[in-house]
Design a protein around this ligand. Structure first.
Ligand code: ADP
Ligand code: MG
Length: 326
């Protein structure tokens, strides 16, 4: 069976050939199998949304090809659109003056859902999203969680086999973010069998949800595998984490023996120095020499790598750079 999404040698530049040219997608190839939940992971600006827009026919690639359910995005964009639903976190994709049922009727007509199926489809989606008792309440009066549920229903109205989900939990409170993650994995992927391409810059989200993950950075895919295999690929390394008080920049850190990767983040007033190493004890003594006059060490621990550590190890980049959740 051919893969559901086939991206081959794809390029998309902005301001092509002009000053300030951006290589948003810079030679990317991968395939997503039918029924797979595939994660595209990378920091802000990596090119994830641009790639999603190319796949969903909103942007025309500069070079390369994309096939969705066997249809070429350039030759058959309308067929491609029938096969996909695009869900974007934090987006206003609903008519706030209309009720949920009116919104869904509108989008059903837009997507050409056969008239004799519309009522059944909408009933099904409203109960799936637990919105039945709000069916006739104007969208503007719904809570933000309910609006997001209705956005999900909207994306499913033409029952597409393939879903493109761009940063689904951005801006959601933790409780509802967890609901959305569970719904994507257990309901949409596992129960309804949808093929899903999900982008995120949250490592834990990708780790928990995805069958396979591609690391995207500066328009390129640096690694692609299952989360388990990606972590195993650097498992011989351990992570030495020093929690301290005071500020320290990555740039002022010296190159030390046994230091394989470095990530410095700040959270709740503490600075966390996470170092990939093949010898934590030796590295610790050298690091302490360097940092003891700069910061106050609060705690030290050695752990095994997370997916984020793999990303830092492979790309040298931190996912949180320029992120909104640092
Ligand atoms: N319409 C545009 N015009 C110019 N540059 C853009 C446009 N859209 C995105 N970019 C740039 O392309 C790069 C990739 O952006 P994007 O695909 O939004 O990344 P991500 O979704 O991973 O955060 C960034 O450098 C961004 O500034
Ligand atoms: Mg984006």
């Amino acid at each position: 069976m051919p893969a559901d999404i086939v991206v081959d040698a794809l390029y998309k530049f902005f301001k092509k050939g002009r000053p300030g040219e951006v290589r948003a997608v810079d030679g990317v190839s991968f395939q997503i199998e039918k029924g797979e939940l595939f994660g595209l992971l990378g920091p802000n600006g990596a090119g994830k949304t641009t790639l999603i827009k190319c796949i969903s026919t909103l942007l025309i690639p500069d070079a390369g090809s994309i096939r969705v359910a066997g249809f070429d995005v350039n030759k058959d964009p309308l067929k491609v659109r029938q096969q996909i639903g695009v869900l974007t976190g934090g987006e206003r994709s609903l008519y706030w003056k209309l009720t949920p049922i009116e919104n869904l009727r509108y989008f059903a007509a837009l997507y050409g859902v056969p008239r004799n199926q519309v009522k059944e489809r909408i009933d099904y989606l409203l109960s799936l999203m637990e919105l039945k008792d709000k069916a006739h309440t104007r969208v503007e009066k719904l809570s933000s969680g309910m609006k997001q549920k209705l956005s999900i229903a909207r994306v499913l109205v033409h029952n597409p086999p393939i879903l493109l989900v761009d940063e689904p939990t951005i801006g959601l409170d933790p409780y509802f973010a967890q609901f959305v993650r569970n719904f994507i994995k257990h309901e949409l992927n596992q129960r309804l069998g949808k093929t899903i391409l999900l982008t995120t810059h949250y490592m834990d989200e990708a780790d928990a949800l995805c069958d396979r993950v591609a690391f995207m950075n500066q328009g390129r895919i640096d690694a692609l595998d299952t989360p388990t295999r990606l972590k195993r690929s650097i498992i011989k390394k351990e992570i030495l984490e020093i929690k301290c008080l005071g500020e320290l920049q990555k740039e002022e850190f010296p190159a030390l023996e046994n230091l394989l990767s470095l990530n410095i983040t700040r959270l709740d007033g503490f600075t966390y120095i996470r170092m990939g190493t093949d010898n934590p004890e030796r590295l610790l003594s050298r690091v302490i020499d360097f940092i003891q006059h700069r910061v106050k060490v609060y705690s030290v621990q050695v752990t095994s790598p997370s997916l984020e550590d793999v990303f830092v190890y492979l790309t040298g980049a931190s996912l949180r750079q320029g992120g909104d959740d640092a």
